[in-house]
Each structure stands twice: as C-alpha cells, then as structure tokens.
Design a protein around this ligand. Structure first.
Ligand SMILES: Nc1ncnc2c1ncn2[C@@H]1O[C@H](COP(=O)(O)OP(=O)(O)OP(=O)(O)O)[C@@H](O)[C@H]1O
Ligand SMILES: [Mg+2]
Length: 119
C-alpha cells in the first residue's frame, strides 16, 4: 500500500443497525492533500467522518487511517486522538471565536496544553 496515503478506504460498507449508508465506498487521501466531500443531505458525508474517527464501526471493507487498520478498539482510540473534528453546528447564530480557535478547541489536552504548543 502507498505509505503516503493517510486515508485509504476500500469497498467500505457502513451505516446504522442493519441499514448501510455507505455502499462500497473507495477513498484515498495523501498527506498534505485538501479534500472536500460534497453531496446532498443524507448522502452519508457525516457517516463517513464517523467511520474515519472510529465513532462507528464499519460493516465491510478495509479502512486504514494514518497507517492503522482500525480493526481493534485500541487503534480506533489512537486514531481518534490524532484527528481534530469540528462537527456541524446545530445552534443558530455565530460562534464568537475565530475559525482557527474553534478548530483548536477540540485539540486541547490532546495535542496541546498549558505548557505545550499545538502540533
Ligand atoms: N444515528 C443514526 N441512526 C440511524 N440513521 C442515521 C443516523 N445518523 C444518520 N442516519 C441516516 O444515515 C443517512 C446518512 O446521514 P448523514 O448524516 O451521514 O448524511 P450527510 O451527508 O452528513 O447529510 P447532511 O448534508 O444533512 O449533513 C441518512 O439517511 C440519515 O437519516
Ligand atoms: Mg452531515
């Protein structure tokens, strides 16, 4: 497998209970690449992020994030600590902080703290 890939997803099937939302999804993202995922409401964009973050388990296929196969709960927990995730806002109005600060909030205690700069 290409070692430069930080996300390598092959024939992924994932969803909720017995309802697959992602059906044989393939995605390869290289280090340093910026990728936008577009699709209609309910297409499965958030579901894809939940699988990448290890919040929900896959039903079928292979998923390799930052070199880990996400097969064990330890690997999923490790991956979860490496990734900053800003979920969709459900409260109306503007968040009174900058985009950069909003992103950093989720990294407090994981990638930086009182004496450590964010990585
Ligand atoms: N917790 C859940 N339990 C059961 N079904 C769910 C759950 N969350 C989402 N779904 C269903 O999975 C499908 C994909 O939803 P998902 O939230 O991934 O879509 P999305 O592309 O992020 O949509 P949006 O553009 O509205 O954010 C939808 O049919 C949705 O109803
Ligand atoms: Mg969504």
């Amino acid at each position: 497998m290409d070692q430069a890939l930080i996300i390598a997803i092959t024939d992924l099937v994932a969803g909720y209970r017995h309802t697959p939302v992602l059906k044989k999804l393939n995605l390869a993202v290289k280090q340093g690449e910026a990728v936008g995922i577009a699709g209609p409401n309910g297409a499965g964009k958030t579901t894809l992020f939940k699988v990448i973050l290890g919040i929900i388990a896959k039903m079928q296929g292979q998923i390799r994030i930052l070199g880990r196969d996400m097969e064990s709960s330890q690997d999923r927990a490790w991956v979860r600590r490496q990734i900053g995730y800003v979920p969709q806002q459900t409260i109306p109005g503007k968040l009174p902080v900058s985009v950069g600060d909003a992103v950093l909030m989720g990294r407090w205690g994981t990638s930086f703290g009182l004496t450590r700069k964010p990585n």
